[in-house]
Design a protein around this ligand. Structure first.
Ligand SMILES: *Cc1c(COP(=O)(O)O)cnc(C)c1O
Length: 456
């Protein structure tokens, strides 16, 4: 029995190797981790083992233990899923300008609701109102936590205790718990469904309009498409119907964009400016989808209605903080310079990356991945299709390239788990018995190579 040869906690703590432990995690956690490490060694000795770890080894093991336990679940990872705006991976990546603005606002006081000119009270929307109006053509604008909140708040303001008319073809589910009928119920509006799944006519809306109507709602069905025998009433005509009945038109664009995406080689999505020009009284859209900013929901449109939204007590519960507001302002400012937008806005840069460039990257990285994985896995360069994600243009994929690792089912799942366990996890997608790493969203190639080199 060599239990008495085990070092004491204080002996471990005085070793130079313990310094990193103390620096990084503090005395309390360090002591606890050493105690746990020594307890394990004691158990091993009692079970018949004959290895007595020296104090430096105990310190190193305790450090590894604390480092592992301390890893954040929110640490950066490589999104090689092929879905650019991946909701589960945090959607849009912020531009450097937005990151810098957020960082500056984080640690210092800012004039969030303070008017620097008069010294009096200001409004937090003031920082982005003019920008939003400029970019969308709307009279006024306000911001809340996300687009779900924007829809909830707009409906609650316009149609609480009244009817909200919507086409049966637009009663969509976005994912999570966001289903249009449920949001309407939570907003206190009575759902008035009109038309059918595939066809809704102007006369359907007109027949449903009455004194109880609070709003006509149009929802951009970005995440699914009905093809064939279909009919929808265009926003322009719907606006005329709504106004004829004395009620506003609310247009939920979802992933609203501020620019014509076809300029950047992508499929067109309706822009917010178009929705405003078509006569919608309020338009709602997301901050972290195609717009490429932080999570946020925008409500733009008629001044009197935005004012009513801002008077709604619910607004206070759904507002954004200074950090996000700073990032939103910086993101919106980038749109004033469309020529450089695709370089500065990561979402747009990734979406418009040419296939050939991604393929070159795949050619460079295939041997690196093969070397890291060893002879048990076959690595191939493959053509694949990226998705925009977040429900935007689900049928319009982007030609891309990646690395495909072939292996048996269990080995494939083991490999995916090994990638996920890395200090900087690599997330791919399993497809046809292969683990595919779509390289469209790989920006830090050197970091990726370093991560592969550390693959256990
Ligand atoms: C995504 C989406 C929403 C919800 O927006 P979040 O910003 O995720 O809250 C609402 N409506 C439509 C049409 C959407 O596409």
């Amino acid at each position: 029995m060599r239990l008495r040869d085990l070092p004491s906690i204080s002996a471990v703590l005085t070793r130079p190797a313990a310094q990193a432990l103390l620096d990084r995690h503090g005395r309390t956690a360090a002591t606890e981790a050493i105690r746990a490490q020594l307890a394990e060694a004691r158990t091993a000795l009692l079970a018949g083992g004959d290895v007595v770890p020296d104090p430096d080894t105990v310190a190193a093991l305790a450090l590894a233990r604390l480092d592992a336990a301390n890893q954040s679940g929110l640490r950066p990872l490589f999104n090689l899923t092929g879905t650019v705006l991946h909701t589960n991976l945090g959607r849009a990546l912020l531009a450097e300008e937005a990151q810098a603005a957020a960082l500056a606002a984080m640690g210092e006081p800012v004039a969030l609701e303070f008017d620097l000119d008069s010294g009096g009270r200001g409004e937090r929307d003031d920082h982005v109102r003019a920008l939003l109006c400029d970019l969308t053509g709307a009279e006024d604008a306000t911001i809340v936590n996300n687009n779900a909140a924007a829809v909830l708040l707009a409906l609650n303001t316009l149609a609480r205790g009244r009817g909200a008319i919507v086409s049966r073809g637009e009663l969509i589910e976005i994912g999570g718990a966001f289903r249009m009928p449920d949001i309407m119920a939570q907003a206190g509006a009575t759902l008035v469904e009109v038309g059918t799944t595939n066809r809704t006519h102007a006369k359907d809306y007109k027949a449903a309009l009455n004194a109880e109507t609070g709003v006509i709602l149009k929802v951009h069905t970005s995440n699914y498409r009905i093809q064939g025998f279909t009919k929808e009433v265009l926003a322009h005509d719907l606006a005329a119907i709504a106004h004829g009945g004395g009620v506003p038109l609310l247009n939920d664009l979802g992933s609203g964009t501020l620019v014509d995406l076809s300029t950047y080689g992508l499929k067109r999505e309706p822009t917010v400016r178009e929705a405003v020009a078509e006569g919608a009284d309020l338009v709602t859209f997301s901050g972290d989808k195609l717009l490429g900013g932080p999570q946020a929901g925008f409500i733009v449109g008629r001044r009197d209605l935005v004012a009513a939204v801002n008077r709604n007590p619910m607004k206070r519960a759904l507002r954004v903080d200074k950090v996000r507001l700073a990032a939103i302002e910086a993101t919106l400012k980038l749109y004033r310079d469309p020529d450089r937008l695709a370089q500065r806005l990561p979402t747009l840069a990734l979406l418009s990356r040419p296939r050939a460039e991604i393929e070159d990257q795949a050619r460079r990285l295939a041997p690196v991945l093969a070397a890291a994985l060893g002879p048990d896995y076959a690595v191939d360069i493959c053509a694949c299709d990226s998705q925009i994600g977040s429900g935007a243009l689900p049928l319009d994929t982007l030609p891309s390239a990646g690395l495909a690792v072939a292996a048996g089912g269990a080995a494939l799942n083991r490999l995916a788990a090994r990638f996920r366990a890395l200090p900087r996890p690599i997330i791919g997608r399993i497809e046809d018995g292969r683990l595919v790493l779509d390289l469209r969203c790989l920006r830090d190639e050197a970091g990726f190579i370093a991560t592969l080199a550390a693959l256990p």
